[in-house]
Design a protein. Structure first.
Length: 458
């Protein structure tokens, strides 16, 4: 493994992502003795040192409910602030001076995508890119062409081995757990194909709206915000073939191959929605056609998945906040035991809960008590927190990995470009989005897309 970075530079230190995720991650890394190095916050805002510390403490408190003074003081001793304009070379000169003792700084771009390229150019101009690593946030471009451009700009400044593209789903224990579930169990892999699986559903539901970020969201929409990245990443993990060996490279190669077999999404099997009242929010165009909901059917052109639809849906102001995969198995070939009210028993469902209350649940048929021999489904649930204990937050794991130069949990260039290829036909469709009531599962048209959607269990 490469040497660990010896300084962190957070561009956009005054922003939402740093407050919500990165300060708590830095604090946890400090607690575990993984971050005794300078941490420089950069922003246009002229914050002094005290403002920086106040913001950091507030975000740790909000994330964890309490602050351990000893840990926080250790972090605070490393924190400094640098204010400047991203278009001004002087900003990068001052940064270079502040980093004169650092041999391998890590630059985290927690800034709007429009400023990624100017900052990367500024770092290169000051000679900082040559010895640093860079972490880039999503959205990675707006489409295939712009993501390609961004990759080119990054590669012009940084060695490919030093570029880290965040898809924070890859840092989630439960998402990584899909790999373990599939390849460490003998039980399901023989059934993991078109012969036994009827369909796979992926729901990423947010019970909240744009949370004060409507201006940002209106330029992005649900497809770019989560479908192109998080949801397709999950599809790749579900659909991939067994890797040739246990190494990271073989694993990522299969994931990219699986995405390569996904057919581009079709507008004919896609429903886009917008929640009622969205256009009245500050920062949203009065005639906005941005989707806050999308449901679509995805097909994979491989022998394993021939004829098996993957139904994906995501939206804001849904009935709950949950990310859940439901694998619906086919019912038995011969109907020897009917279901309680139906001619056929219910299908077996395997659920992966990937959100906050992560876990797995398998529904199986058992005998319905009574004189008749009929089947009734029961759940075999596992709650990971209760069973396995507390696991580390995705951003903490990702930051730790990037500091070590470890790529496994970061999206590859090819992965992102395949993802854009898949969603491109449904980006910016001219047809008007369909309105849906707040707190519903989207427009009525989406309900009939899958024969039967399985609602998340959390
Ligand atoms: P913000 O909108 O909060 O912006 C971050 C900071 O960037 C601001 O505090 C501001 O600081 C600076 N900034 C804003 N506009 C400009 C501009 N036009 N030019 C230069 N600087 C600007 O962004 P977030 O923190 O929400 O997101 C940062 C990155 O992370 C984005 O790429 C976003 O897509 C991504 N992301 C965010 C998530 C979130 O939950 N917030 C989740 C996943 C990804 P100042 O004015 O002080 O310089």
């Amino acid at each position: 493994m490469d040497l660990r970075s010896d300084a962190v530079v957070l561009f956009g230190v005054t922003g939402d992502l740093v407050a919500k995720k990165l300060f708590p991650a830095l604090y946890e890394l400090t607690r575990r003795g993984r971050l005794d190095m300078p941490v420089i916050g950069v922003a246009r805002s002229r914050w002094d040192h005290q403002q920086l510390l106040t913001a950091a403490r507030k975000s740790v408190l909000e994330a964890q409910g309490r602050v351990d003074d000893e840990v926080f003081d250790a972090l605070a001793r490393n924190l400094t602030m640098l204010s400047g304009d991203y278009a001004d070379p002087d900003t990068y000169q001052r940064l270079a001076e502040a980093l004169s003792a650092a041999e391998r700084p890590l630059f985290y771009l927690a800034i709007p995508p429009a400023v990624f390229t100017p900052v990367v150019d500024g770092l290169a101009g000051a000679g900082l890119a040559a010895r640093g690593r860079v972490v880039v946030e999503k959205p990675f471009g707006r489409d295939l062409a712009t993501s390609h451009e961004l990759n080119k700009a990054l590669r012009a400044a940084f060695d490919p081995e030093r570029i880290f593209r965040i898809d924070h789903y890859l840092g989630k224990e439960a998402v990584e757990g899909l790999r373990v579930f599939r390849f460490a169990n003998r039980l399901f892999e023989p059934l993991w194909n078109a012969e036994h699986i009827a369909n796979i559903q992926v729901t990423l539901a947010e019970g909240f709206g744009t949370e004060g970020r409507a201006g940002f969201y209106d330029r992005v929409g649900a497809t770019r915000d989560v479908l192109q990245n998080h949801m397709l990443q999950v599809v790749a993990l579900l659909a991939m073939e067994s890797p040739a060996d246990a190494g990271d490279d073989a694993y990522r190669a299969e994931e990219i191959r699986a995405l390569g077999q996904v057919e581009p999404l079709s507008p004919a099997t896609t429903v886009r929605g917008q929640y009622a009242g969205y256009r009245d929010e500050t920062g949203v165009a009065a005639d906005s056609n941005t989707e806050t909901f999308i449901a679509t059917e995805l097909r994979i052109n491989s022998p394993r998945w021939a004829g098996v639809p993957f139904y994906l849906r995501t939206g804001k102001l849904m009935p709950s906040t949950a990310t859940e995969v439901v694998v619906e198995f086919k019912t038995p070939e011969r109907n020897l035991v009917p279901g309680a009210d139906a001619a056929a028993p219910e299908p077996n469902l395997l659920r992966f809960r990937l959100g906050r209350h992560d876990g797995i649940s398998l529904s199986v048929q058992v005998k319905q008590p009574g004189a008749e021999v009929t089947a009734v489904p029961v759940e075999l649930p596992v709650d990971f927190d209760a069973t396995l204990g507390h696991r580390r937050e995705a951003y903490e794991r990702l930051l730790d990995d990037a500091l070590d130069g470890r790529h496994l949990r970061f999206a590859r260039e090819e992965t992102i470009e395949q993802e854009w290829r898949i969603v491109e036909p449904v980006l910016d469709l001219p047809e008007p989005v369909l309105s849906y009531p707040r707190g519903s599962w989207g427009p009525a048209e989406a309900q009939t897309l899958a024969g039967r959607w399985h609602a998340p269990t959390t």
